[in-house]
Design a protein around this ligand. Sequence first.
Ligand SMILES: [Zn+2]
Length: 66
Amino acid sequence: MMPGMNELPKCLKCDSGSMLPLSDYGRDGASIHYKAWVCSNPECGFNIRIDNGEVTLGRTIGQSYK
Ligand SMILES: [Zn+2]
């Protein structure tokens, strides 16, 4: 059990959404917990990815500005 799971960190970009932890599965089927975090605000789309120990910030995915 991890403490504080109900207290997701606030998004640093829009300050209204929460950062949701995403898990993924590696090629060998091993689960990778919290590989990426994404803002719960669809209008924000801020996300953080963690690949091989390196953090990639804010690569927007499918976002369009109008
Ligand atoms: Zn946000």
